[in-house]
Design a protein around this ligand. Sequence first.
Ligand code: TEU
Ligand code: CA
Length: 560
Amino acid sequence: IILKNWWKNSVVYQVYPASYQDSNGDGIGDLPGITKRLDYIKKLGVDIVWLSPIYKSPQIDNGYDIADYRAINPDFGNMEDFDELLNKAHKLGLKIMMDLVVNHTSDEHKWFQESRKGKDNPYRDYYIWRDGKDDKAPNNWGSFFTGPAWKYDDQTGQYYMHLFAPQQPDLNWENPNVRHSVYDMMNWWADKGIDGFRMDVINYISKPNGLPDAKKASDELYANPEPLVANGHRIHEFLQEMNKNVMSNHNMVTVGEAPAVTTEEAKKYSNLSGKELNMVFQFEHMGLDGNKNPALGHWSDRKATLTDLRANLTKWQTALAGEAWNSLYWNNHDQPRVVSRYGNDSTEEYRVLSAKMLATILHFQQGTPFIFEGEEIGMTNANFKSLDDYVDLDSINSYHQIVDEQHLLDGPTMLKYLGIHSRDNARTPMQWDDTENAGFSTGKTWEHLNHNYKQINVKKDLANHDSIFYYYQKLIKLRHEMPIITDGIYALVDGNDKDPDVYAYTRKSQDGTLLIIANYTDKELQREYDIPDNAKEIISNYSNDQGDKIRPYEAKVYQF
Ligand code: TEU
Ligand code: CA
């Protein structure tokens, strides 16, 4: 039988293929490697595996630049390897969620190769081509990866739009042929048996009529197009059309990556009526530690306060309740490691405690939790010391723009900020054991390992019953067993919105109450909450509960 809304009490595990497990010694993770590790993923207890892009790609942006949507990147294997992965996953009861990157393609995609040939090529209109204005780009937009959002192409004397790298031209969603080509491709994967899609920057696909200039601050080289391209005027029409053509004909789960999405917009995207997506990734809780100067974006060493973080999570919990569905995440391949970011990785004791504390805060909320590879063992930021250690184009471009071109920061400061926020922090190879290259590969790895793999690895966590791994395993099991974690109404404990140090909230349903208490600090605190005598502690990162005394990073959940 097919359970309706099965994704509501599911937990997703994200695999970044290049960094998970190398099977042939070339230093790059691959599909046979992932297949080999599915038993491990099953042991954690998750329901769905989201694979970051595995398609044929020149890998300018690690696969988010797709050259062929129906072929596997040769470094990762071939289609038989994929079929094997899918088969084994299904045998284990795991679902496979594919990454769908359709705001843009690679410039090596055959649609773009055709498109750039001539103004009357049948694929011309698959992309966004415009004449320049007075020998300059058609508008003032900047790319999210620095530089302008337009590239001049000699062959036809026009510019094409690229919100990301120049090798990632934006598709023209105004063209119905583009839309139906995408739906056909999605159906092709669905017919193959995959179980869902994570949709890359899906809320950027509808561009504004006339492509007007965006507002630009005086110290910015280009204007940020995000306010104009996020949640554009035709976005809901496009997603409803996609839903009609694809999702409604298959039993699948969808999550849209949606930067700059508000709760009001999210209620449309992920409405329980099911006309568009099942849920979106919102970004507000990832923006709380950004730089106050917009020209510096997220490059900063500011810490997010609990007050801001809690206010944001609470806003999303309450605004969507009963109307739409939340995704819940601390990490992904674009974000620094949460234990370094919102937790404390300065000592082994605090690393373990704070990783569990953050997991507790997230996993008792309403929504579908996403775990990024390595999060379940508390992997930390790599904090590379030299620019040469970085691979991510956004990190390298940003360094050159901010330090060399704009002189907004000196080199050492920018390096410090890269150590805190670079996407490479998430992308270091998975730490399986304490042997050479952490058991990830026998060859030279495409991205440096985190130096701490001898202390932090899967083997060690599996051998210790108090490990972060087993804590995550328990959180997932509780979600599967207790409907209240899926259905319960979320509320902050009275007055907790003013507590700078402790996060305390409840979930309530006809099954009773859950009270979640989490100390966000390394201080020992004293707090009194109303807890009936018959309350049972269902999970904690400390043994021997001490009641009103809440120890550093202590997290505990009572049921009554
Ligand atoms: O990320 C989109 C992304 O990084 C956004 O956060 C964007 O940079 C932001 O809106 C700017 O304010 C996705 C993928 O997750 C990422 O790995 C890709 O590099 C990117 O799209 C392009 O495909
Ligand atoms: Ca390999």
